[in-house]
Design a protein. Structure first.
Ligand code: SF4
Length: 332
């Protein structure tokens, strides 16, 4: 489950993550039996998917403590529903102090003990080294994609298809895909938008392009918020904790609002974005807390903000698209 977790640690234990962000096409019905009505689609639809046997081939379900909704999901799965897969949790600190690093390292050690039980494999020093080398290369490839965005001859939809393939490909496959993208001028671009939020489905990018706009940059949990810094500490837990605690500004990690505003403002100016589109799944609490202050402070800097909430599904609702279109018109 989203958003932040230690990829190299899974690999060292010979496990491969497949991320569940919904999935959008799944009905809420089965999952909604286990949560309050005001729980987001990411959690409810994932629960429907799990309950319908969608995870048949997997050995464990890792639920990081991203928010109260995911913490609730971890509890419901682990304490009440007893799925075929082992349920694993990971408590992520909400600060970046020395004590947060120490806490996360001990959480990662606890998780590693459970991973040995799940996989039946205790990693050697060589396994850890190999895993960090491969996953760091993929992290660098993702960061490099963002650096090269203006020199890639691909649409926003194609760009985010590759960015999001990190959710299911191996590190090597991801690096190959990223390296194979054609260099050149991007297609005709229109008004630049910064998009913020948790996740955006591919069809949204086509619609935004048809409205005469493009994505100048993102602040998405499934995108730029996972451009991690890599390091070379000898201790694997220290190294894994460093990666997770140096991710970009992110409300689910407790980034103070002032830091978020400053980061967004600087990135929007550098990337040529004219306004901020906050595109959130309905009922996403960590995102909602920041919206009024982002609107106020970015508005004062000259950047209009539109906040839309959506329900995940096969189609984007007309009402949502009309609001985005009207916003783009005001920026043109
Ligand atoms: S959409 Fe928001 S509330 Fe739902 S799992 Fe993600 S961060 Fe948590």
């Amino acid at each position: 489950m989203p958003i932040h977790y230690p990829r190299a640690m899974l690999r060292a234990h010979r496990l491969h993550p497949m991320e569940l962000w919904g999935p959008p096409h799944v009905e809420r019905h089965e999952g909604s039996r286990h949560f309050q009505a005001y729980t987001c689609d990411i959690v409810v639809k994932a629960m429907s998917f799990i309950r319908s046997g969608g995870l048949g081939a997997s050995k464990a379900i890792l639920v990081p403590h991203t928010c109260d909704a995911l913490q609730g999901m971890g509890s419901v799965l682990g304490d009440f529903l007893d799925p075929d897969q082992r349920v694993l949790t990971l408590y992520l600190p909400r600060g970046r102090r020395g004590s947060d690093h120490e806490f996360l390292q001990s959480e990662l050690r606890r998780l590693a003990t459970t991973l040995v039980e799940v996989s039946g494999y205790e990693p050697s020093r060589a396994d850890w080294d190999e895993a960090f080398e491969a996953e760091d290369a993929a992290d660098r490839a993702l960061a490099d994609l963002y650096q090269r965005r203006d020199r890639l001859a691909i649409s926003d939809r194609d760009f985010y298809t590759v960015v999001r393939s990190r959710e299911y490909l191996t590190a090597e496959q991801f690096c190959q895909q990223a390296a194979a993208l054609p260099e050149g001028d991007p297609p005709e671009r229109g008004v630049g938008l910064m998009i913020s939020g948790i996740v955006a489905e591919p069809a949204l990018f086509d619609q935004i392009e048809a409205m005469g706009a493009h994505i100048a940059g993102d602040d998405l949990a499934c995108g730029f918020r996972r451009v991690y810094s890599v390091s070379a500490q000898a201790d694997p837990f220290e190294r894994a904790a460093y990666r997770l605690l140096t991710s970009p500004a992110d409300p689910t990690c407790g980034t103070p609002i002032q830091a978020r505003v400053e980061t967004l403002e600087a990135r929007m100016r550098a990337l040529g974005a004219r306004g901020l589109l906050i595109y959130d799944p309905k009922f996403c609490e960590p995102e909602l807390f920041d919206v009024p202050l982002l609107r106020k402070h970015l508005g004062a800097c000259g950047f209009p903000v539109l906040h839309v909430e959506f329900e995940m599904g096969d189609r984007l609702p007309h009402q949502t698209l009309s609001r985005i279109e009207a916003f783009v018109e005001t920026l043109s």
